[in-house]
Design a protein around this ligand. Structure first.
Ligand SMILES: Nc1ncnc2c1ncn2[C@@H]1O[C@H](COP(=O)(O)OP(=O)(O)OP(=O)(O)O)[C@@H](O)[C@H]1O
Length: 342
């Protein structure tokens, strides 16, 4: 992908108050019994590259779909480029480029033909500029040489590139990319990072989702961490990388009893061994608090010798969120097996 010089995007606001390119308040989406997104207050500052970081199933795609007006929230408000959705969607969307799952490309048309069709629906693109805009976008994502080939023969990475090209057809105030490096090899990943850096330099706001912290660290100025549908941390990346989050370390001789008690209270915990050799359990204080954990232990008759907080930064928080998610998954698997044998 080449670093093309796109037209500079004019900012929305002129005053000293920071303007938000996108904003949600109390956003919630429920599918049957699944709460996909819960009370999300997201701020996407204008000019930022905001990374939405979360393990699989944490609600990133659902949040993005609601931001773009593709899915109707169960509750809550969405503002896109200052327009309240759903009413303002027609005014906001022409200024928003998006790469979301399953862009509707035609399998029997070439990449170039598909892009020309997409360009024909761009209200901000004059008919006489379509051909050039399509060629520029294809070059920009490194698809120039494969542009004549049919879409159905494209690899996942090439499909991602074509989706990205569609988002780049005209200069946008906001670009939303859902897992843009999915299916790309390391060279493709670097190229996407280059495109994001170009967009940022040209004044666009970028919202990009990923389940990889390394990906977010390489490209973003801001981050919002999602966990089970809620935002557990958001702000400037540099600040969050330094800031503290905590876990609770409980020293006890009754490790198995403690794990059983916490599991009964649906609290994820794992054993730990202290430097002096004492054992205990470690609980991530996400969705629970120290008093709740201690009460559950004491009520179960667990001897608590010591309880202390352990503070860590974003990197550790995210690693632990992912681990907690896996532990929870394993717990559910055990529950299912136990239920099956009862
Ligand atoms: N259309 C739907 N119908 C039912 N459940 C859904 C639907 N869309 C999402 N979900 C559920 O909502 C939760 C959040 O899903 P979502 O796709 O938003 O997460 P994600 O963070 O984008 O995950 P991934 O990285 O795996 O795409 C998951 O439990 C998912 O199964």
């Amino acid at each position: 992908m080449t670093a093309s010089t796109s037209a500079r995007v004019e900012p929305v606001g002129t005053g000293s108050t920071p303007v938000l390119a996108a904003r949600t308040r109390g956003l919630r989406k429920v599918y049957g019994r699944t709460v996909a997104v819960d009370r999300v207050d997201l701020d996407v500052p204008e000019g930022a590259v905001l990374g939405m970081l979360g393990p699989n199933g944490s609600g990133k795609t659902t949040t993005i779909r609601m931001l773009l007006g593709l899915v109707r929230p169960t509750e809550g408000e969405v503002e896109l480029l200052g327009e309240a959705l759903p009413d303002g969607v027609g005014d906001a969307l022409p200024h928003v480029g998006a790469l979301v799952e399953g862009p509707g490309f035609h399998p029997f048309l070439s990449g170039r033909e598909n892009l020309r069709r997409a360009a024909a629906f761009e209200p901000l693109l004059a008919t006489g500029s379509v051909r050039q805009a399509v060629e520029d976008a294809l070059e920009r994502v490194g698809l120039g040489a494969a542009a004549h080939r049919r879409y159905r023969g494209y690899s996942l990475g090439m499909k991602q590139r074509l989706g990205l090209a569609a988002a780049l057809l005209v200069p946008r105030r906001l670009i939303v990319l859902d897992e843009p490096t999915n299916g790309l090899d390391p060279a493709g990943t670097r190229e996407v990072r280059g495109v994001i850096a170009d967009l940022h330099a040209a004044g666009s706001t970028v919202l990009v989702s990923s389940h990889l912290l390394s990906e977010i660290e390489a490209t973003c100025t801001h981050v919002a961490v999602l966990h089970r549908g809620t935002v557990v941390a958001q702000g400037e990346l540099a600040e969050l990388l330094q800031s503290d989050s905590s876990s609770l370390l409980v020293t006890t001789p009754d490790v198995e009893q403690a794990l059983t008690a916490l599991r009964a209270g649906r609290i994820s915990a794992r054993p730990f061994t202290a430097d002096d050799g004492d054992g205990g359990v470690r609980v991530e204080l996400i969705g629970t608090t120290a008093p709740v954990v201690l009460e559950a232990l004491v009520r179960a008759g667990v001897a608590v010798h010591e309880a202390r907080r352990h503070r860590t930064g974003l990197e550790d928080l995210f690693a632990r969120l992912t681990e907690a998610e896996e532990a929870e998954h394993n717990l559910s698997a055990v529950d299912t097996i136990e239920e099956g044998t009862r």
